[in-house]
Design a protein around this ligand. Structure first.
Ligand code: PLP
Length: 384
């Protein structure tokens, strides 16, 4: 596994600090800068011709690359700016839900998605405590079941299969948010039989912001009609016809002009993830997260995330007397991580992190906590 350290050279920031925030914004591959230059060159030299030379189709071609990582067939995944927009596109397929208007919602899901569902007057959000409670809460009035594959606060892997089984039995649709799993925990949306999957690229996929994505199960994509749609979702966008005729397949889930520079940058991340392979990344992630847990135990620090490999995502949480203060003190020592309210300090190693970095981090943590060198401060809030 140490051969994965050979990839460190491809991520410039790793030379400057201990980068353990891959659950939030993973390290930028140097190749992303080249891709952005290529985008600028196209814009400068090819101008309007760039649309026909790849730009227009980027939401689908880049979607296909994501599809290879998440087990989606070609033509079933498209890009959007972020998860919230992708979820809105899904919601827009179910505008008049009548009696089937419930969204069974695990409380630990990422809140942006919850806000979106709460803001829809026709929907009733039914909050539940955990993945087991989701299965119990699904009934014949359930329209949608948005699940986070890996929870953002404590990186717990959720048991997706029983939820999908129960949802389909009751006639509900499952939206799997894979943001915290794509690129670090292997999964296959086709085998899981989810109806929709959403995610983005800033985290384990190393793709940077602005490259969210949406997978729609191919048979559903033929029949659903999103009401949040635009000219990219039309069967003949360049005919500029007055009436809407949906494009075939996942293209109908598009809106307007794509986020071209973000999609250029993102492919540099996907390339390296495909090259290393998510199975290999997962093996390395389990080694590194286990080492972190062992080091934290030995230092007498409390681990706040799951210990069992089957439930463990890519991030390890440590509870501290003052997460904001400890986070700041770590930052002053060049150790980049973050913290979340009522959760703890999040340490998220990726395949390019070394054992030595983890040893140094836990040594620094122990010293900061033992010495109380996290000075008290007022009004600190969790930031990126
Ligand atoms: C599970 C999960 N979903 C969604 C998001 C973000 O959503 P959006 O792409 O709309 O910003 C995050 C984190 O930023 C997340 O951890």
């Amino acid at each position: 596994m140490t051969d994965l350290l050979a990839y460190r050279d491809r991520f410039p920031i790793l030379g400057d600090c201990t980068y353990l925030i891959n659950h939030s914004l993973a390290a930028m591959p140097a190749a992303a800068e080249e891709r952005l230059l290529e985008y600028a060159r196209m814009w400068r030299e090819r101008g309007i011709r760039s649309w026909g030379e790849g730009w227009w189709d980027l939401p689908v071609t880049v979607g296909d690359q994501i599809g290879r990582i998440i087990g989606a067939p070609p033509g079933s995944t498209v890009t959007h700016q972020n998860v919230t927009v992708a979820e809105m596109v899904v919601l827009s397929c179910f505008r008049q839900p009548a009696d089937r208007n419930r969204v069974v919602y695990e409380e630990a899901n990422f809140p942006s998605v919850r806000y979106l569902y709460q803001a829809q007057p026709e929907l009733e959000v039914v909050p539940v405590e955990n993945d087991v409670a989701i299965v119990e809460a699904i009934d014949e009035r359930t329209l949608l079941v948005p699940i986070s594959h890996v929870l953002f606060k404590n990186a717990e892997i959720q048991d997706v299969e029983p939820i999908v089984r129960r949802a389909h039995e009751a006639g509900a649709h499952v939206v799997l948010d894979c943001y915290q799993s794509a690129g670090v925990v292997p999964f296959d949306v086709t085998a899981l039989d989810v109806d929709f999957a959403v995610g983005g690229s800033v985290k384990w996929l190393c793709g940077g912001p602005g490259a969210g994505w949406l997978y729609v199960r191919p048979d559903l994509a033929q029949r659903l009609e999103p009401t949040f749609v635009g000219w990219q979702g039309h069967a003949r966008p360049f005919a500029f016809e007055p009436e809407l005729e949906y494009a075939a397949g996942a293209r109908r889930f598009l809106t307007g002009t794509p986020n071209v520079p973000a999609l250029y940058a993102a492919t540099a991340g996907y390339d390296v993830i495909e090259e290393v392979g998510v199975e290999r990344i997962r093996m390395r992630s389990l080694e590194l997260t286990q080492l972190l847990i062992d080091l934290l135990d030995a230092a007498g620090l409390e681990v706040g995330s799951p210990r069992e490999p089957a439930r463990r995502g890519g991030t390890v949480l440590v509870r501290t007397p003052d997460d904001a203060g400890v986070h700041r003190a770590l930052g002053e020592r060049g150790i980049i991580c973050d913290f979340r309210p009522d959760a703890g300090v999040r340490l998220g190693p990726h395949f390019y992190n070394s054992e030595d970095e983890l040893r140094g981090t836990v040594a620094a943590l122990s010293e900061i906590v033992a010495s109380g060198s996290y000075a008290p401060h007022a009004g600190a809030v969790a930031r990126f």
